[in-house]
Write a protein that binds this ligand. Structure first.
Ligand code: SF4
Length: 390
């Protein structure tokens, strides 16, 4: 059976958060209708290419998809069902902000098959929410969870951010403990990053905010790893924890290099060989779909080397890590040579575990994973160059 994961991008938010560089525009109801018309046109263009695929997971993200009206949501769903085979859909996720939304809308989501809700809480501390430029308050978060309890979704995920200017280890512990009290079965914890062009990164350039020291961020991450482990959450990916059986299948599909199709402005897609992404402009998106064209901005064919590198990065982000045989099949290099080089370079063994079959990063290693993976890639190149010379 050919399986496909589907991502839908809703490109509107009530207000832009100060750290965010996802593509979103100010919420404007008539424009949402136009976006939906265009999305349905895009679905229509793709449906023949994917007529023999079964949609395995569906993720409705953004932006703030919770701003859609019930009528618009039903219309979107109907068009998806008409175009694609959804008979084997195992997971249907919707992202939501903890803004006031009536319980009826949440009931509608559940009744139409949404079995996973991801709530972008980010912090339980009022002034941290303000630093991030979030529009919701802590009271909104509690109201949201009261509604979610009443509706009863199969899975609820909650996102938090650490490394927020002004955040302390104590306030981070408070946020974690509130998050645990919400009784969710999935948590995503992200280290705040200063993306170019965002208001927060401009404040940083102007020395108007103090970034959190990297050692403190590391302590926040490692404490969270310990606390969540003690509370029965499985740390299955660098930034993701789940109660057993509640891992996100949609995200897993990304990490395992499975095929996915992204619809909507700025959405990304991958078919195992190439990657493409849609235009990052709602106006351009409307214009292209209106004349029956795919709203693709660019496409890149992945070389064998790109795929190898990506495989290494994705595998080492997950708790399964990389098996010796996977590595040796991919790179045609004896994995012991990599281990010997790691030991010789004194790359701390508390960052990684190798039992002779499987290589994994520890939480400490995950915190510095980019540098460890780049070091391993450097070793691979060195060994290949040695082979060429000999
Ligand atoms: S709500 Fe999400 S997508 Fe919208 S601006 Fe904030 S972080 Fe970005």
């Amino acid at each position: 059976m050919k399986k496909l994961s589907l991502y839908i991008h809703f490109p509107f938010c009530l207000k832009k958060c100060r750290y965010c560089d996802f593509y979103s525009e100010s919420f404007d109801l008539p424009k949402v209708d136009k976006w939906l018309d265009a999305l349905i046109r895009e679905i229509d263009i793709w449906k023949t290419d994917y007529f023999d695929f079964k949609i395995y997971t569906l993720f409705f993200g953004g932006g703030s998809p919770n701003l859609l009206s019930s009528t618009q949501f039903i219309r979107l769903l109907e068009s998806l069902k008409t175009a694609f085979d959804m008979s084997e859909l195992t997971e249907f996720t919707v992202e939501t902000n903890p803004v006031k939304r009536d319980r009826e809308f949440l009931m509608l989501l559940k009744d139409t098959g949404v079995n996973r809700l991801n709530v972008g809480v980010q912090s339980f501390i009022e002034n941290e929410l303000q630093t991030l430029g979030r529009i919701h308050t802590v009271t909104d978060v509690f109201d949201m969870f009261e509604n979610l309890d009443a509706v009863g979704f199969d899975h609820i995920g909650l996102d938090l951010i650490y490394g927020i200017p002004g955040q302390s280890i104590d306030s981070w512990r408070d946020s974690l403990s509130y998050a645990l009290n919400c009784g969710v079965d999935h948590l995503s914890l992200y280290n705040l990053s200063y993306e170019e062009g965002t208001p927060l990164s401009k404040l940083l350039e102007q020395d108007k905010i103090n970034p959190i020291d990297s050692d403190v961020e590391k302590q926040m991450y490692l404490e969270a790893c310990q606390l969540l482990l003690e509370n029965g959450y499985h740390h299955y990916e660098i930034s993701n924890w789940a109660k057993p059986g509640s891992e996100s299948r949609h995200n897993r599909a990304y990490w395992e290099g499975k095929r996915y199709l992204g619809l909507g402005p700025a959405a990304h897609s991958y078919d195992g060989k190439s990657r493409w992404w849609n235009v990052r402009s709602i106006d351009k998106y409307l214009e292209l779909t209106k004349i029956g064209q795919l709203p693709v901005d660019s496409q890149e064919e992945l070389t064998e080397q790109d795929r190898e590198i990506e495989h290494l990065f994705l595998r080492l982000r997950t708790s399964n890590g990389l098996s010796r045989s996977q590595f040796e099949n991919l790179f045609h290099i004896d994995f012991d040579r990599i281990i010997n080089k790691l030991i010789k370079l004194n790359i701390d063994e508390e960052y990684w575990i190798f039992d002779g079959h499987r290589f994994k990063l520890t939480p400490g290693g995950w915190f510095v994973s980019d540098s460890i993976i780049n070091t391993i890639l450097g070793f691979i190149e060195e060994i290949r160059n040695d082979h060429k010379k000999s």
